[in-house]
Design a binder for this molecule. Sequence first.
Ligand code: AKB
Length: 320
Amino acid sequence: MGDTNRILITGALGQIGSELTLKLREKFGKENVIVTDVREPKAAQDGPFDKLDVLNLDEMQRLVKEHEVDTVYHLAALLSATGEQKPDLAWRINIVGLLNVLNTARDLKLTRVFHPSSIAAFGPETPRVLTPQETILKPRTMYGVTKVAGELLDNYYYEKFGVDVRGARLPGIISNVTPPGGGTTDYAVEIFYEAIKQKRYTCFLSEDTVLPMMYMPDCLKAFITLMDADLSRLSHHGDYNLAALSFNPRELAAEIRKHIPEFAVKYEPDYRQAIADSWPQSIDDSASRREWGWRPDYDLPSMVEDMLRVLGERHERGDL
Ligand code: AKB
């Protein structure tokens, strides 16, 4: 992304945005990364911040012009569990918000857009093990419906208007800075906080629910590598399969127990179980590996060790 130097992130105060901001500010300089969110930040920001509701096209375009933005990372979205409770809002935020970003990119001639898709684009008819890149996309959640429609919009804007939009189907992202909110894979983050604070956790998925997951450092590496890739090598736009880890809650708890032997987990599946049961267990990401050099760094033991180290230090500082 040699010609890029002004980046705007939507939904930047969320789980991924808060860490992506730090990474991009390290790479491009803090003044060149404009953080936006519909919420006010709780802490003082170390660089530009603007309040932005992605449903407000005029304000989005005003900010892009004012800051001379050439690249947008569009992260504002409702996730799967919240999307089932508020389907109309999920459609508006995830689809109208995306259209506003894509129209801004087309009209103001942005260099590049990042828009993540999700494993939620798949559904019960999709092969669940090593899900292929090209496969059946018939999700049963509103979030999944918006992700499939979003992938199609990304392709359409590339073909029709030449908007260089890129993205991957993210698995559950595990992180230790900002907790996720409203997702089905959120248990895989909550479990660490509760293991450290309470030494026990009640999991909302059954113990044998295998889902694809990824540690945040790998997720950020994927974003940046895909955005840096040579366009001529990419045969996809917003819909690259991406994989790192696959495990179930029992296996994750057993790995945590290697560090915290007294850790106890109960399983009380709720409405999110049906969502998880409609998603794949593992993903074939060979197109990403081949076309833009994707390779994760973390396996289950190294992810768990690092999560417990970072959260353990935060707990000792009284910051958990
Ligand atoms: C969710 O659980 O909704 C998200 C996702 C897999 O996209 N983490």
